[in-house]
Design a protein around this ligand. Structure first.
Ligand SMILES: [Mn+2]
Length: 753
């Protein structure tokens, strides 16, 4: 088990894997699909098929026809239409998508994005009033929630229709909008519920344009990835095609932004997730997100460049502000009694746009729910992030009267409250989490897709997984467990040395492994440790060079029971007097010397055991392991390796018996036939003697005057009925294990887990 997570090892259905391999799909891909419960051919075919290339029929969405009719009517009558968007990447792309669609249809369209700091999320009355006063008679909201009941009523009163398109959780009271397009509409029956805001806007565009508008899929890909919705089903199709479009013919703004980010490789979901998405999000975190619209809709290179540079600036600023707040929060936690709280609640004079990012960071470090708040004139406003499926929203709901406002779901929420309520809220949340801790294990689980070792990791391995892309929510990057790798080197990097870098190695090569997350958890990993490393495998492009790199998810430091002191002429006089020494024969009568046959006398939980030679049976080792010693040191010096001396096995025994049978009088005189026998059986005299002994024990022959004579009444027998054979097999087995295997395999052989 790992330091951070409980690992769930995969189980594979071998026949399924064979079947899918016959379709020219690599074994690794087969394993991953299998580990992810895609376990029959029809699901596999559906997964890889292009059948759904154009997604589902947009008119399957509730109110779609009604919305399309109203919009067409507005275009016909030259009404002023406004697209009301949101300030995050999903909201910005949704807005651009619908504005471009309406422009292409000849509509008189404008857009509005509320300001995060002045207006907050969702529709607001003041904005609606101003918009409608300016002559707008149709508002279409995108990615803006479905909670604006009063705002929609107001618009209706002022003679303006509202069409809501959205994907957020539907509340009990639905606004009285002209039409509501939502994949989860209670009266609708849309097959896929997990579209992003931009995905819903795209369905409306598809319906309006009456063709599949694949030229808008770049926006869908960006919003879908940035909003971290499920990457399965229709979203997978959209993202895949959208990424292709971005690579073939990017918008001029994106092209500039990619250039400024020094990205010259193929754009994939990670490029969007790590670079483009956060940058688009940073606009609204730092300033008004309107700039994002101009950026995505820019048509000439100069405008695009200027806007891209501004976005770069916002992003750098956002990173700096985040870093500063994280530092301050950690400082507050470490230097006060706040650290003892079950739920960390920290406030300061903080920039509101980044509090969610800060909270996620702190959760990662302290592994408990976190509230990060800006204190503005006694009102605490901020973001909460939870962990281990502790439902933070439900907890807040129980004391809803202590909040001015709050909203969210299991693991994330936004809120505001008067600071006089802080202690009450803190106390209540501490209690709630205390109860939760008692009934739940505070360790998340992590599923492993593939268990392998370092030597299997290659470009070929990584490339074989490409077919599964894009990865994201609900279909994450394959997790690979590299077993028994040695830590060759450990170092830290980053501005504060906050990131960890390990180099792991095996006999063949090595691999650089890094993590940008909570390197503190892995502090006790040391150079030369043998570890199981759970990671994802990636390519790292640096200074024009590409190399393989692992991203560390979790680590298990192997505590080995058996330590190897074999084949090094270990000087046994070094052994501590208190340590237990075990051997087949005693030649030193020290008090802590034991014979294998006397190990019953040993008590449980002894510290160190030294095995001077090897026992006659594996059973003795098993008994020792059961005593739960701290370490078992293998010295195992053997003057005579019996399996090398005695050349006996089942095949030879059968051969010898057939020789006896083939002779007419069924007798062999050993003295006369010795050389011939030894050559045929490829063995030696001592071995032959034991083989004869085995046959005697089995009543197959008699042996007198150096002559083997077949017992006429012999019966077919099991070799295991011969004590000599059994003893020999058992010695060979334990010798093979303790003398021929490496220490890792020996540890594995006796590992109870
Ligand atoms: Mn959204």
């Amino acid at each position: 088990m790992g330091i951070k997570y409980n690992w769930i090892y995969p189980t594979y259905d071998e026949s399924f894997i064979k079947e899918i391999e016959s379709y020219n799909i690599s074994k690794n891909v087969a394993k991953i699909l299998n580990a992810r419960s895609i376990t029959d051919m029809s699901s596999v075919k559906k997964y890889f098929s292009d059948e759904y290339e154009e997604g589902y029929d947009p008119f399957l969405m509730h109110d779609m026809q009604k919305a399309v009719d109203r919009i067409n009517e507005a275009i016909e009558n030259e009404e002023k239409i406004l697209v009301y968007g949101d300030y995050d990447a999903d909201g910005i792309t949704s807005t651009v998508l619908l504005v471009e669609t309406l422009i292409s249809l000849g509509a008189n369209v404008s857009s509005y994005i509320p300001n995060r700091f002045e207006e907050g999320y969702g529709p607001n009355k003041e904005a609606f009033t101003k918009i409608i006063e300016s002559g707008i008679s149709l508002i279409i909201t995108v990615d803006n929630g479905i909670a604006g009941v009063e705002e929609v009523d107001l618009a209706n009163e002022l003679g303006c229709d509202v069409i809501i398109t959205d994907h957020h959780k539907i509340q009990d009271t639905i606004p009285n909008a002209y039409a509501i397009i939502h994949p989860e509409h209670p009266e609708g029956n849309y097959p896929f519920k997990k579209l992003a805001g931009v995905g819903v806007a795209f369905k409306l565009a598809h319906a309006l344009l009456e063709i599949f508008p694949d030229f808008l899929l770049d926006l869908v890909a960006i919003g879908t990835i940035a909003d971290m919705v499920s990457i399965t089903d229709e979203n997978r199709i959209f993202v895949k095609q959208g990424l292709e479009l971005i690579n073939e013919d990017p918008r001029i703004g994106l092209k500039m932004l990619l250039e400024l980010s020094n990205i010259d490789t193929k754009v994939d979901e990670q490029t969007i997730g790590f670079y483009i998405g956060p940058k688009l999000n940073s606009i609204g975190r730092m300033d008004s997100a309107k700039l994002g619209l101009s950026f995505l809709m820019a048509e000439d290179a100069e405008t695009a460049r200027v806007l891209a540079e501004q976005i770069e600036k916002y992003n750098i600023e956002r990173k700096q502000v985040t870093e500063d707040i994280v530092k301050d929060v950690i400082d507050q936690i470490e230097n006060s009694s706040k650290k003892d709280n079950n739920v960390l609640m920290i406030s300061g004079d903080y920039h509101e746009g980044v509090l969610g990012i800060v909270a996620s960071n702190i959760v990662e470090k302290y592994q408990r729910p976190v509230f990060i708040m800006n204190n503005k004139e006694g009102i605490l406003k901020g973001s909460a992030r939870s962990i281990f499926d502790f439902n933070i929203y439900t907890a807040m709901n129980k004391i809803s009267d202590l909040f001015l406002a709050f909203g969210g779901h299991t693991l994330a929420a936004g809120f505001s409250f008067d600071e006089i309520n802080l202690d009450k809220i803190q106390e209540f949340l501490n209690c709630e989490y205390e109860k939760f801790k008692k009934n739940n294990e505070l360790k998340s689980t992590k599923k492993i897709d593939i268990v392998t070792s370092l030597e299997e990791i290659s470009y070929q391995f990584l490339n074989s997984l490409e077919i599964l892309k894009p990865f994201g929510m609900d279909f994450e990057k394959p997790t690979v467990l590299l077993e028994n790798a040695m830590v060759l080197n450990k170092s830290y990097f980053g501005s504060d040395n906050q990131y960890l870098r390990l180099t792991i190695a095996d006999e063949v090569g090595n691999l650089e492994c890094i993590t940008f997350k909570d390197s503190v958890a892995f502090e006790k990993v040391e150079k030369n440790d043998i570890i199981d490393l759970l990671c994802t495998i990636d390519k790292n492009n640096f200074n024009g060079r590409t190399k393989l790199q692992a991203h560390i998810i979790d680590i298990d430091i192997k505590e080995f029971l058996f330590e190897d002191l074999r084949f090094i002429n270990y000087d046994i006089s070094q052994i501590d007097n208190k340590a237990i020494k075990i051997s087949k024969k005693i030649d030193n009568r020290d008090i802590n010397y034991y014979l294998y046959k006397d190990i019953e006398k040993l008590e449980e939980n002894i510290e160190d055991i030294y095995l001077l030679d090897i026992p006659n049976s594996k059973e003795y080792i098993e008994k020792l392991v059961n005593l739960k010693p701290k370490k078992i040191y293998l010295i195992c010096e053997e003057k005579q390796v019996l399996s090398d001396v005695y050349l006996i096995d089942k095949d030879r025994l059968i051969k010898l018996f057939n020789i006896i049978l083939s002779i007419p009088n069924k007798q062999i005189n050993i003295t006369q036939q010795l050389d011939k026998l030894l050559t045929t059986l490829k063995t030696n005299v001592d071995s032959l003697k034991i083989m004869i002994q085995i046959f005697r024990e089995l009543n197959l022959i008699t042996f007198e005057n150096n002559t083997i004579k077949l017992n006429e009444n012999y019966k077919k027998v099991d070799l295991k009925q011969s004590a000599s054979f059994v003893r020999m097999e058992s010695i060979f087995e334990v010798e093979k294990l303790l003398l021929k295997e490496n220490i890792t395999n020996i540890n594995k052989a006796f590992d109870k887990n």
